[in-house]
Design a protein around this ligand. Sequence first.
Ligand code: FCB
Length: 449
Amino acid sequence: MAAQYRFPDNFFWGAATSAHQIEGSPLADGAGPSHWHVFAQEPGRIANGDTAEIACDHYRRYGEDVELMRRMGLKAYRFSVAWGRVFPEGRGRLNQKGLDFYLKLVDALLDVGIEPFLTLYHWDLPAALETQGGWANRDCADWFADYAQTLYRALEGRVRYWTTLNEPWVVVHEGYVKGTHAPGKVSLREAPQATHNLLRGHALAVQAFRADGKGEIGLVVNLEPKYSASEERADREAANRAHVYMNQQYLDPVLLGSYPEEMAELFGSHWPQFPPEDLRLLREPFDFLGINYYSRSVNRAEPAEALTGAAPVRQAAEYTEMGWEVYPDGLREVLAWVKRRYGEIPLYVTENGAAFADPRPVGGRIDDPRRIDYLRTHLRAAHAAIAAGVDLRGYFAWSLLDNFEWSFGYSKRFGLVHVDPDTLVRTPKSSADFYREVIQSAGEVLQKD
Ligand code: FCB
């Protein structure tokens, strides 16, 4: 009985963060600003007018943060590189001091036996590239691959696990369809171009890795099962459109070689005819897929809703502070769906976690039982996927630290570790203790309630 939730011995137990959300000091040591830096300065873009100027001050406190990870027993740490620290103008002139930060971070991780999982693009495009059209410009894919190649060479032998893009769907949906993320555009014309250039950038970066890198490289997408609110045909079709738009738009081209047919229906005349040689490029084989999972949605037809004509229907269920339904079985479901649709490819859960309104620390402790429940139930679901034959090789809790949650600023707290917004003092929450026990027991404590 005790072994019911035992995970494989070499399973990567990790936590995840991203550069812009935790580092702070965005312009230190010669770094160039990102388009998020510019975006956050526009009035009304970010809740409470928050910015990532300080964030968790990880740029200066990374040593302390690696020590927190060590104490938690993490085997792996997923972080991203801020492109503009390495290339302040996005390309051309290298900024050695910016690169050095990541060399130091990686060495600190390796010193304590934590495997670095490096994300090349977690949403912070150098502002200088945005002024040249950003991802809507075809050249951006080449700029990205050049930047990637520099990192492969600089970190060769130290970083074995790489990912190209984090959640291209969010980059485009929030950045080009809704305008709620940088670059803040609302343009159905540019959205498909950005999508395509992001994926071209991914493929070119994988090609560069084959030439210059060592280890494994993958792509990270966010997936959500989409259910229909009723048996009505209109609702079922709406749920299916939402599903294709979010779950298949990015995976079909890179794993099957073509965009889903429905994309042209969703975008109408804005959906371009992409050249066949581009589609061949997108299919460049890569080594693993990272899946970020938070929630599901149940949908009804809503013609006013752009693109999908689908609107979520609130369920009689628990919701997080983000307004996301807690639905653990969806994690098992998306993992099983990927295997069914795309075949055998090693998988990682590269993000999973929850924002709850935590109490303030009392005597150096913070009790966050709802986050513990979230972790427990989702890890059980991950285990069920493994038991059903899914090749799942690791799990990364989002997030190591309370951090800058994009347009929500600091108002949403996902951390296993509390970060005091004024003093920046770190206090591991009870969920961090729980996670340490999970790791130490290789999952066996998931048995207990
Ligand atoms: C994901 C992002 C991550 C964080 C979590 C809550 O979409 O990859 O940066 O914002 O959501």
